[in-house]
Structure formats: C-alpha cells, structure tokens
Write a protein that binds this ligand. Sequence first.
Ligand code: ATP
Length: 133
Amino acid sequence: MRLKIVTPERVVLEESDIEAVYAHTIDGDVGILPKHVPLVTPLDISVLRYVKAGQKEPVAVMGGVLRTNGKVISVLTNAAELSGEIDVARAQQAKERAEAELRQETAQTDFTRAKLALMRSLVRLKLSSPASK
Ligand code: ATP
C-alpha cells in the first residue's frame, strides 16, 4: 500500500510498500491491511503507526481525516510530525500553557481550545518519549 500524510504546509510522509497502518479514529482503533474496504474516517489527536519492512514507525497526527481504498491510505490533517521532528521543549511549554489555562476557570477560558492544545502537546510528548519507539 501507499501512505501519504499531508498538511496545509507540507507532505509529511509519502511511502510505498506499506504493510499495515494502525490509527485511532474518533470511533475507535482501526487496522488497515491491503484490500481493506474503502473507508473515510476522522482521526483522533493521536499516534498513528505504519509498518514497513516489518518495522513499526510512529507519526503524531493532530486529528484530520484518513481515507483508504485498500491500496492507498491518505491522511489530511492540520499538523503531523515524525518522531525526529518533534521539539520537546516546545511541546512541554504548550502543555504547561494549556494546563495553566484550564486551571484558571474564568469566564474567558476557552476550555475546548485549551483541551485540544493539551491533547496535541501530550501526543507530541508521548511520541518523543523513548517508550513509544
Ligand atoms: P504551539 O502552541 O507550540 O504552536 P500547537 O499545538 O498550537 O503548538 P499546531 O497548531 O498543532 O501547534 O501546529 C502548528 C505547526 O507547528 C505545525 O506545522 C506543527 O507541525 C508544528 N509544531 C507544533 N508543535 C510542535 C513541536 N512541539 N515540535 C515540532 N513541530 C511542532
């Protein structure tokens, strides 16, 4: 299969000979093997994993949409990073900022925005931690 992950800014990944893709969708986990039934599904802010040459590789995806026809898997998302691309200090700062905002509990706090920012930072930190490799 071919896997392509695209953001408004760049092509994050374009690979062929993909053996499987494992993703977290808003409806639960999905594993895509060759000849998977056609599918379009919204993704969670999560770590997607793909298998190539027997090796499982992680990619952080900040939500978006996954589409497959069983041969090509396309992910269109606002942001995605490979593990080596993550700036850990930036993700840590984003986490602390979002947590501080959530603690404020004032009328001005935008909880949904802060929660999503927190989720993005946690996924980035998860991907950059040695345990996720
Ligand atoms: P921040 O508050 O640090 O900007 P964010 O969650 O608001 O984080 P996004 O809007 O998801 O950031 O992403 C904006 C751009 O910055 C995207 O291109 C994304 O890939 C990149 N980006 C965000 N955080 C990081 C990070 N910690 N390491 C590498 N790239 C990042």
